[in-house]
Design a protein. Structure first.
Length: 243
């Protein structure tokens, strides 16, 4: 059926399509109200080398300079950032920070790329926390920042790096004020509304089909079943032609 044929059906069966559309509109609005508002807070950290460099001066007791192992290869800060991202993204870490996988409060950490294993994005740690509570969203970002600094120091201590060569984690953008995110609610409500429109069109075409079938039956265009109880052989069946 073409577009104008569909429009004619919609207006001809308005007593079905309009109530169905209003019902879909009400359901989508109810869904929009039922979905909790989400708030997002962000922070951006950057890994930096100390001003004294990645190694300590030569000491007679140590023939070779003592160098921080995390700074002893190309792209050191990028690799260190990637290690930190993997640690902060672990499910166990999320549960300890108050963001279990099954909860509404969640967070993501990346280095500017959707794949934290890519090192080309630089020595950044970008944190995004989402929660139905604006206070919880900002507190979660603050906890992640503190945990990142703790994890970075612990790994350098484990490698016995000289303390003067420790990589530093600087807050380029401190935890921001939570902002309400309406995109998820709007998309869900729009999807429900579109589904309701399809249902209203289906109801309109179903009503059109039923009305057409009843009209054909009233006009007698549908032959009676010869096996039905009310059928009379002499009237409902054509007489056989004699040879």
């Amino acid at each position: 059926m073409d577009f104008w044929g569909t429009v004619r059906v919609v207006f001809r069966r308005w007593y079905v399509t309009i109530p169905a559309f209003l019902l879909a509109l009400g359901v989508s609005f109810a869904v929009y109200l039922r979905i909790p508002a989400m708030y997002q807070s962000n922070a951006v950290l950057v890994l930096t080398i100390p001003v004294t460099g990645g190694s300590v001066p030569v000491d007679p007791a140590y023939p070779n300079p003592r160098t921080n192992p995390l700074l002893n290869y190309d792209g050191a800060l990028n690799v260190s950032a990637s290690i930190l991202l993997q640690t902060l993204s672990a499910p166990e870490t999320a549960a300890q920070l108050g963001a279990p996988p099954v909860g509404l409060t969640t967070y993501t950490v990346n280095n500017g790329s959707s794949n934290p294993e890519l090192l080309a994005s630089g020595p950044f740690v970008i944190i995004e926390a989402r929660s139905p509570s604006p206070v919880a969203a900002r507190e979660l970002v603050t906890k992640i920042v503190a945990r990142a600094k703790k994890e970075l120091a612990a790994r350098q201590r484990l490698l016995q790096a000289p303390p003067s060569t420790y990589i530093r984690l600087t807050e380029m953008v401190p935890p921001t004020s939570p902002q309400e995110q309406r995109g998820g609610k709007s998309r869900t409500a729009a999807a429900v509304l579109v589904l309701g429109l399809f249902c209203s069109l289906t109801a309109g075409f179903a009503a059109e089909s039923v009305a057409a079938a009843l009209r054909r039956r009233r006009e007698g265009t549908v032959p009676a079943d010869p096996l039905s109880p009310g059928a009379q052989p002499g009237r409902d069946e054509p007489l056989a032609l004699r040879p």
